[in-house]
Design a protein around this ligand. Structure first.
Ligand code: SF4
Length: 377
């Protein structure tokens, strides 16, 4: 059977509704830096918001015009009933905008649970104790909403399922990076986005099947590019034009560091026989996190340079959502470091719907400039 993760995105609410029928709870989430394993061990399905373009008319009365389209999209769909099945909202503190949005939504929908999750910036014993207490408190709050009580056994099981998912996604990126012609970039990103909205056991099954369908074909030639930043779901699920422009320009995406892609927290949680699984979850959440607020730009630049070395990347295209402070703060440092290492970069400001004409011109000019200059420093 042909596996198409785009179908999961097109039927984005199906999995949550099926989970609800089993008596489970659903928590709307923004950013993968929330304790997903803990939620799943309590029978709660984390449902990542997919960003949809629109005129965001309802949000205009509540949000200033200079907030990002991501926040407007979440606001709009949270209050217009698109996500009426959710039992609450949990966002990680990746920026001040999302923290403010959580506050506004808690006023707009006081009947719903809202939680802002923040792992401490410190990395000492006190920070670990604090975070462990936070997680225990969170499990208690979920239980008061009707979730299953947390237990070591269930958390251990959840960690194992999530570790398998991270390993499978890493494998998909390795296979695609080795020969980008074997799988379309939209399929890779759809696979990662789907991981955020469907139960991981079923997603693991789909990933196993999908990896088997990727056949080693002849090496495809083209300009090898890396993407970083953030993309809306409509670009990935087939209605946008960014990837068509890449194909028509003979560009091959070899790796991405998109917030909707590999920026997913892909480090597995350490397997330790007999150790407290909650301690391991704490350790994982306090590790180097793939978001600007918690990781210095130098670390991100090192990751992009390494991917370029591993997969022959010739340039990086940064996709920057309008008004996204955390990404914008990082860009000067990132582009400077890449430049010093001889890796060219293009910055494209993107919003919900990318304006095609201007984008095509800029992408084509960039590709023409870098084509045939493999990065090898
Ligand atoms: S990280 Fe950027 S895009 Fe996401 S909510 Fe914050 S400002 Fe908006």
């Amino acid at each position: 059977m042909q596996i198409d993760f785009g179908d999961v995105l097109r039927e984005r609410h199906r999995w949550a509704l099926e989970h609800k029928e089993t008596g489970g709870l659903m928590m709307g989430c923004y950013s993968a830096m929330v304790p997903e394993e803990l939620m799943w061990s309590c029978g709660v399905l984390p449902v990542q918001f997919l960003m949809s373009p629109g005129d965001y008319g309802e949000s205009q009365a509540y949000l200033p015009p200079y907030v990002c389209d991501c926040s407007k999209s979440i606001f709009e769909e949270y209050v217009n009933g698109t996500y009426s099945y959710l039992d609450g909202l949990m966002v990680s503190h990746v920026c001040e905008t999302i923290r403010g949005l959580a506050g506004i939504l808690s006023v707009r929908r006081p009947d719903r649970f809202v939680h802002v999750f923040t792992a401490p910036a410190g990395n000492d014993a006190g920070a670990r104790r604090y975070l462990k207490a936070e997680l225990i408190g969170l499990a208690d709050k979920l239980q008061s909403l009707g979730a299953v009580p947390m237990s070591e056994e269930r958390l251990e099981e959840a960690i194992s399922v999530y570790n398998e998912n991270r390993a499978l996604i890493s494998e998909l990126y390795r296979v695609r990076g080795g020969n980008p012609g074997t799988v379309e970039p939209e399929q890779v990103l759809s696979a990662v986005l789907s991981a955020g909205i469907m139960p991981k056991p079923q997603h693991n099954q789909m990933l196993h099947g999908f990896l088997k369908t990727i056949h080693k074909g002849p090496e495809k030639t083209g300009t090898r590019i890396i993407l970083s930043g953030l993309l809306f779901e409509n670009e990935v699920a087939g209605r946008g034009n960014l990837f068509s422009i890449f194909r028509e320009s003979n560009a091959l995406v070899v790796w991405d560091d998109l917030a909707t892609g590999m920026r997913y927290r892909f480090e597995r949680i350490e397997d330790l026989e007999g150790g407290d699984p909650l301690d391991r979850l704490v350790e994982s959440l306090m590790g180097p996190q793939p978001a600007p607020l918690r990781s210095p730009a130098e670390g991100k630049a090192g990751q992009l340079l390494q991917a370029a070395r591993d997969y022959g990347g010739e340039g990086v295209i940064f996709l920057i959502p309008k008004y996204c402070d955390p990404i914008l703060f990082n860009i000067p440092t990132l582009t400077q470091i890449l430049k010093e290492h001889g890796l060219p970069a293009l910055c494209l400001e993107v919003s919900g719907s990318l304006p095609e004409g201007q984008m095509r011109t800029r992408v084509e000019a960039f590709l023409e400039m870098i084509s045939g200059s493999p990065f090898n420093v």
